[in-house]
Ligand binder design. Sequence first.
Ligand code: UGA
Length: 422
Amino acid sequence: MRITIVGAGHVGAVTGAGLAEMGHQVLLVDRDERVRERLGRGEPPFYEPGLGIMLRGNRSRLRTTDDLAGAVGESAMTFLCVGTPSDATGKADLSAVRAASQAIGAALAGRTEPHTVVVKSTVQPGTTAGVVRSAVEAGAGRTPAEGLSVVMNPEFLREGSAVQDFFLPDRLVIGADDPAGMARLEALYAQFSCPMVRCGTSTAEMVKYASNAFLAVRISCANEIGNLCKPLGIDAHEVLDAVGLDDRIGPRFLGAGLGFGGSCFPKDVRALVALGAALGTGATLLSAALAVNDKQPGTLLDLLEERVGIEGRRIGVLGLAFKPETDDIRESRAIPVVQGLLDRGARVLAYDPMAVGRFRALFPEIAYAASAGEVLSGADATVIVTEWPEFERLDYTGLAVVDGRRCRRAEETAEVYEGICW
Ligand code: UGA
């Protein structure tokens, strides 16, 4: 099948490469020329393990273009993968979704062959039916009865393991309000053996938000337990490891530490809080999860202040990406940590194996080291912000470390060692 992907960001590029690997002809539409050029050469525009190999291996089935109308016009399916960042009130900003939906509708005007629009972007319940479908149908001038379906198929890809997540999902969720749209998505994913959840578009939209909200709440719950453990001299990780052995709870996403960042959890939880305000129901627990998360960087800095001092000190920062195996710094905990260090009068020397380029654009005023070792030898004390595996291989002997991510090697070898909640 010929498939158009609108938006070649993380979700779009991985989905496009995955669909090409499945044998489809894929057209990646993006307005950023640099992104198109790199994808056209088989190079991912961001760091994502395994994506380069897949792009290069499927070059004959992948094309990039800025011509949305042309691409949609020659495809049987269009995936909507544009961003939905938070607006000033915390709601998901739908302007890119709206614009793309109108453009897709216009591209389908006058065409009669069946077409399915698949919403991958994370959108508030009701958006697929109320915003996307109405714009697409208005532009195209036809409805599901005339072969045009708009379905919702949320993505659960994690940055850093997105390729694996594409091919080995825990479940596929297909939200369709018409049987033909449902049937086309079922056929697309026929080779996947995981559970397939069939539901309406609004339910699918909510499944995505609820999944991210649940995981974010788990992390904040682990951090709150950790914040209670610390003054009692109890190791939160020992506690949570034991808690996670309960089959009803499970061990994953209980990693107490500096909290969650990235382009998804903070934004999606804020969107549900805004939804709760709009509906008048409130979202007390989700607001609290954000509050706990916001507190963690300050807690780390307070510990550093207490053990080593900050003003006038040269403080090393290990890790800038929001998690390992990515160069993404969106809402990374490194941002409030570095800002807090500067506010408290520190000189900062930072290192990340992948994210220095992006972080430098945000903080040009701090110093960057070429290696983690250079940070350790040049700093009075070091904070660990991202759990890159290479930090487990360093020698922290004689050094002062305040750890936001539980680096065992630092704990064993540093002279002064303080964990954020252990
Ligand atoms: C998340 C979800 O896990 C994906 O299923 C979803 O598709 C994606 O958002 C999205 O909505 O697009 P991602 O943000 O890439 O994926 O990364 P995660 O691995 O979920 O980590 C998010 C943050 O939580 C990171 O900052 C990580 O350090 C933090 N985290 C994770 C913890 O602090 N503790 C943990 O135990 C686990």
